[in-house]
Design a protein around this ligand. Structure first.
Ligand code: COA
Ligand code: AMP
Length: 635
């Protein structure tokens, strides 16, 4: 099939408002918009201004009304608890409406914030949907973050309530969430009035009287009375959720998502980018704590009337590297979406792909990869073993959906390894040099999106328009800066090569080395430090920390290194995967005192490097190289 991509992208270029108005016809609105985009409101304009809608209604009730009530909406597959449970659209709608009434009982009103701190269980999706149903703004916090990170988010979002579970299960380990939740609330200034806690049998938690409520009891109580809430009409421009993501400082950025534009964009992608039909099973093997989980576990498949899969397991070890293939065959998954790191983990344990042959994989049509650069080796291995197209696509928490991809629904374009293919409609991509001047095909620079951003992208940062402008709009007038560097070739294929800031990507998880430095620097024996991301065969990148100790410290360096590892784990969380730390005598710096992190990374990654002309003392780079090779850390 020849691709309709160029025709569709051209139609968007010719009439962007007409394009998105047509896409918006796939959504059910209580009130239509006054303007498709109002260029005079918000930071760069607002989509579907004046319209009213409800996201949960579009994800649930609408399909029940259209006759999909008995179809599976959500399949929960949990190898770690040996559970498979399916919710039909009718059942999920009832569960969500009942939980929404519990939120109302807890005093949650439209516009209030609710933090969701939960593992990969169906109740996490129900929690998000219940908030959407009553117009409350959810903020999901990933389970791998430590109490301090949760506290930071509590203080920024100021939630009325927190929804949580007593524990998560990571492979064979039970991680108690409740002590982390209690600690976070203790640390925070803006304490929520209530917590709803789902008790899991693996580690029931003790509840604090007057603040904590038992989830199952509250839901059962409302079910007994047939008490339900919502859906309420909210403005298309009202926030649906806040999702915190790493920025360049310890203070995470609260990415805001609206209701209307988000629905329009996500619904469009299900058909045109992912090539999925309503009724098919779409599996995003991510976590609801990340943007992929928000968009493609929770919202998009349900907006589309497809079946979503909530998987509480890992690609390997639950129980073996055939875990993904078992799920695909058991639930007839049509498309899998995950991060390349998951495939590297599988390939490491089963290089021949011998587990694939044990399962009937005939339902799988496409594999989608995102979250980090997809290395050609991983793509080619997956293509050869799965015998389906493997699509790399590029996006960010900020955009909520793909900036560039290969549109399977419109007909695939030829794959060029190393490129996530072409700009999606809505994104007018330009490569800019440092002065903000567009460069030619094949030339590298910062990848920027000409404003306005398309529907679904962040309108601002929570409570901080100024930080939004500073972080994204101030670099290049009239553009959103992605902070990703790369180039576009003669055929319009985009290549995303590296971040231009200190954000690193560890196993598909976005982390800030600047934030890690802030934590490391609090150790009493550390005079100064640098944290860089170094290449890792499994996780893509892992952090490496370099410490210079205060004069006169007599404690053993190994002991301090171990303390620093513990400190980052305690302050940021295990997800930081901060395990490589080394004490050095000095850090390489320019004469003006700037630490040469880029050169340190090149040394660690075994790339060619030159001594910067502005270096203070060239000998320090050799010292760093020696320390790294002493740890077996130079590639
Ligand atoms: N709750 C609590 N702890 C968590 C957690 C959660 N939800 N998720 C991860 N952690 C912990 C892990 O147990 C691990 O702890 P450890 O240092 O004590 O072993 C640590 O955080 C690092 O986790 P991770 O980076 O995921 O490493 P891993 O070795 O456990 O697994 C992979 C590696 C590749 C198997 C795993 O990262 C994976 O499946 N990735 C899939 C891609 C993905 O989900 N990407 C998200 C964006 S699409
Ligand atoms: P996150 O906000 O966690 O989704 O991370 C976004 C960042 O991950 C981007 O800015 C990129 O640096 C990187 N990224 C995501 N997907 C890709 C991809 N397909 N190719 C290259 N980099 C990617």
């Amino acid at each position: 099939m020849s691709s309709k991509y160029h025709e569709v992208y051209g139609a968007w270029q010719k009439d962007p408002e007409g394009f998105w108005a047509e896409a918006a016809a796939d959504i059910s609105w209580y009130k239509l918009w006054d303007k498709v985009i109002d260029p005079y409101t918000g930071q760069y304009g607002r989509w579907f201004a004046g319209a009213e809608c409800n996201t949960a209604y579009n994800c649930l009730d609408r399909h029940v009304e259209a006759g999909r009530g008995d179809q599976a909406a959500l399949i929960y597959d949990s190898p770690v608890t040996d559970t498979v449970r399916t919710y039909s659209y009718s059942e999920l709608t009832d569960e969500v409406a009942t939980l929404a009434a519990v939120l109302v009982d807890l005093g949650v009103k439209t516009g209030d914030r609710v933090i969701v701190y939960m593992p990969m269980i169906p109740e996490a999706v129900m929690a998000m949907m219940a908030c959407a149903r009553i117009g409350a703004i959810h903020s999901v916090v990933f389970g791998g973050f430590a109490a301090n990170e949760l506290a930071t988010r509590i203080d920024d979002a100021k939630p009325v309530a927190i929804l949580s579970a007593s524990c998560g299960i990571e492979g064979s380990r039970v991680i108690e969430y409740k002590p982390l939740l209690d600690k976070a609330i203790e640390l925070s200034q803006n304490k929520p009035t209530s917590c709803l806690v789902l008790q899991r049998p693996q580690a029931p938690a003790s509840l604090i009287s007057g603040r904590d409520y038992d989830w199952a009891e509250a839901v059962a109580h409302n079910k007994g009375k047939d008490r339900k809430a919502g859906p309420v009409a909210v403005k298309a421009t009202d926030p649906l959720y806040i999702l915190y993501t790493s920025g360049t400082t310890g203070q995470p950025k609260g990415v805001v998502r609206d209701n209307g534009g988000h629905m329009v964009a996500l619904k469009w992608t299900m058909t045109n980018l992912y090539g999925i039909k309503p009724g098919e099973v779409f599996w995003a093997a991510s976590d609801v704590g990340w943007v992929v989980g928000h968009s493609y576990i929770c919202y998009a498949p349900l907006l589309h009337g497809a079946t979503t899969l909530v998987y509480e397991g890992k690609p390997v070890g639950t129980p073996d590297p055939g875990a993904f293939w078992r799920v695909i065959s058991q639930h007839k998954v049509a498309a899998l979406f995950t991060a390349p790191t998951a495939f590297r983990a599988i390939k490491k344990e089963d290089p021949e792909g011998s587990f694939i042959g044990k399962y009937d994989m005939s339902s799988l049509r496409t594999l989608f990869l995102a979250g980090e650069r997809a290395d050609p080796d991983t793509i080619q291995w997956a293509e050869a073993k799965l015998k389906v197209p493997v699509i790399d696509h590029w996006w960010q928490t900020e955009t909520g959906w793909a900036i560039a991809g290969n549109p399977v629904g419109l007909g695939m374009l030829p794959v060029k390894y190393g490129s996530p293919t072409v700009a999606m409609p809505g994104y007018d991509l330009h490569i800019l040099d440092e002065a903000g001047k567009p460069v030619g095909p094949g030339e590298s620079g910062t990848i920027a999106v000409k404003l306005p951003l398309p529907p679904g992208c962040l309108p601002t940062l929570w409570g901080n328009d100024a930080r939004f402008r500073d972080s994204y709009l101030a670099h290049f007038s009239g553009y959103y800066s992605t902070s990703d560097a790369g180039f576009i070739d003669e055929d319009g294929y985009v290549y995303v090569m590296a971040r231009t800031d200190d954000v690193i990507n560890v196993a598909g998880h976005r982390l800030s080395t600047g934030q890690m430095e802030e934590v490391v620097a609090t150790h009493p024996d550390v005079a100064e430090c640098a944290v860089i991301g170094v290449a890792d065969q499994l996780k893509g990148q892992v952090p490496a920390g370099f410490l210079v100790l205060n004069a006169g410290v007599t404690k053993d360096a190994k002991e301090i290194e171990a303390e620093v590892v513990k400190l980052v784990r305690a302050e940021i969380g295990p997800v930081a995967a901060f395990k490589n730390v080394m004490v050095v005598n000095r850090l390489p710096k320019t004469r003006s005192g700037k630490i040469l992190r880029g050169t340190m990374r090149k040394i660690a990654d075994g790339e060619s490097w030159t001594t910067p002309a502005t270096i203070d003392d060239p000998a320090i780079l050799e010292e760093i190289k020696d320390v790294l090779s002493g740890r077996g850390m130079t590639s």
